[in-house]
Design a binder for this molecule. Structure first.
Ligand SMILES: [Zn+2]
Length: 225
């Protein structure tokens, strides 16, 4: 069943803030973030991604990689490590870092890509090209952070994770980097929504996530944002 039928009227209500909040929820320390600070982390991360993208407006992501000397490789190798499937990774141990895209995992997303971003792509090949661009743009943002040694999470306020007498342990919110990378990608490629929606649509289509659970999570995010 098409994912659109499972989640009716899905796109219009899913603002960047809501999808950004969905990403934030995946932070291992999410439960330590004071609820009133959620909009701060989401908004600031989105802004960081958009601002970085503004400098590249009108540039194609593949040319950007070439000009930056960033190599990327599309491999047929499985992106499965310890039972977790990766679609793209950036290897910072190489100089310059290299982006690796896993073709078989990307191909699995062609259907949802067509359904969610349908009007942009007209063929299976165009879908795959767009999926490659989406993942390149995401990793390009991580590379910008690495190059500047300025990571989105470290630029934002740390949260208190543990307190014992006068001693307080603080930590940054790492998922902020992901929200910013999604916003960078959306802005650069002119997507209608943050690209993490594709991940959810894929999980729903693969029956790894129930549409009702997804809608419930969205409803909760709407209360926080
Ligand atoms: Zn990432």
């Amino acid at each position: 069943m098409p994912v659109q039928a499972l989640i009716p009227d899905m796109l219009p209500g899913l603002s960047d803030e809501i999808l950004g909040c969905m990403e934030l929820r995946q932070d291992p320390l999410f439960h330590k973030i004071p609820k009133e600070k959620i909009p701060y982390y989401v908004h600031e991360s989105l802004q960081a991604g958009r601002l970085a993208a503004a400098a590249y407006k009108g540039h194609g992501i593949r040319a950007m990689c070439r000009e930056a000397g960033l190599r990327y490789e599309i491999t047929e190798a499985s992106g499965k490590f310890h039972n977790v499937s990766f679609r793209a990774q950036i290897d910072f141990s190489k100089t310059p870092p290299e982006i690796i895209l896993y073709a078989s995992s990307l191909k699995g997303m062609q259907t949802v890509c067509q359904e969610i971003l349908g009007e942009r792509s007209s063929s299976g090949e165009a879908d795959l090209d767009l999926l490659v661009d989406i993942h390149l743009a995401h990793e390009f943002y991580h590379w910008l952070e690495y190059r500047e040694q300025s990571f989105t999470n470290e630029r934002l306020e740390a949260i208190e994770v543990f307190k014992l007498g006068p001693w307080t342990k603080r930590s940054s919110v790492v998922q902020c980097c992901e929200i910013a990378a999604h916003a960078f990608c959306k802005e650069l490629l002119g997507l209608p929504c943050l690209p993490n929606l594709l991940d959810y649509a894929y999980l729903i289509e693969e029956k790894q996530l129930q549409a009702e659970d997804f809608m419930q999570q969205i409803t909760t995010c709407k209360l926080w944002i």
